[in-house]
Design a protein around this ligand. Structure first.
Ligand code: ZN
Length: 297
């Protein structure tokens, strides 16, 4: 009897321990999902999708299924991205609570700490699909120097095959084949755009693991010009230089105006002085003349 109850207590204890471990493990998983998702690369992937994927899907009136990793409804950080605004010299504002942060990364930490409910834990991390979307190409273009970087390593056939397979798998989820004409068409078009060139044979010189699709160059130049515009627009030194330039121009204008007015005043005074000295001379001349006239009489 005593032995049986001891076993029962042991089993209950074991169950409690196992459920606690399960809970902790679950919590850790849940934490690590968004913590392991790179927000910067997700942004790059999102930009690519916004530029060439969503417009085309919308044009055909196609509704992406929830299993599609590119579906906006399933984007892990989309809500955060919609609730941020850049204000004053690279400061970022949280549009959930209006607090302002000195950098974008501080704001992103704030989302995790203060608004964790706004992160879709069951959503997709777009950064995980950068191999399909070629985020590296865009990242290289708008890298630290905003310059093109050339890749000089040889094409890895195995890696390329893996990427191609993954690309097909993503498209199967987004546009399940044989479900509708629109799905078939979009599957076919995006297959050509994203998957077909993912092979070492598609790379004529066999160099570079970075896929080359012609239209991407257009995206790159656009991204690069946007980056430069943003950089120029938000450069604090440039703004400071503009302010000083305008101030200097105003001061210079006031100085020249003052000099002109001073010289004009001096000229008027000079004229008056000449006029008065002339008239005094005239009076003297006329009085001496009248005196002469008197003597002559
Ligand atoms: Zn906030």
């Amino acid at each position: 009897m005593e032995h049986g109850s001891r076993n029962q207590r042991f089993l209950l204890g074991l169950l409690a321990f196992l459920s606690l471990m399960g809970f902790l493990h679950g919590a850790e998983d849940s934490d690590s999902r968004h913590a392991n998702c790179n927000r910067g690369r997700s942004r790059l992937a999102r930009n690519i999708l916004r530029e060439e994927f969503y417009p085309h899907v919308r044009k055909l009136g196609f509704q992406l299924p929830p299993g599609c990793p590119f579906s906006e409804e399933r984007d892990m950080f989309l809500d955060n991205e919609k609730h941020k605004k850049e204000v004053r010299f690279n400061n970022w504002k949280c549009l959930y609570c209006n607090k302002v942060f000195k950098s974008e990364s501080y704001l992103e930490h704030h989302y995790v700490n203060r608004h964790p409910e706004t992160i879709k834990e069951d959503g997709f991390c777009l950064a995980d699909y950068c191999d399909v979307l070629e985020c590296d190409m865009q990242e290289n273009v708008i890298g630290s120097e905003g310059m093109f970087k050339t890749s000089s390593y040889r094409c890895d056939a195995k890696r390329m095959q893996k990427r191609r397979h993954r690309c097909h798998s993503v498209l199967d989820k987004c546009f399940p084949p044989h479900t509708s004409d629109a799905a078939n068409r979009l599957h076919h078009e995006f297959e050509k755009l994203y998957c077909e060139h993912l092979s070492c044979e598609a790379s004529p010189d066999g160099l570079g693991d970075v896929a080359r699709r012609p239209h991407t160059l257009l995206s790159q130049s656009k991204a690069r010009s946007e980056y430069h515009m943003k950089k120029t627009k938000h450069s604090p030194w440039r703004k400071l230089a503009i302010v000083f330039g305008v101030l200097f121009a105003i001061i210079l204008f006031i100085f020249y105006l003052g000099v002109c007015l001073y010289r004009k005043d001096m000229a008027i005074l000079e004229d008056l002085r000449k006029l008065s000295s002339n008239s005094e001379g005239g009076v003297l001349r006329s009085s001496s003349q009248s005196r002469c006239d008197t003597w002559e009489e």
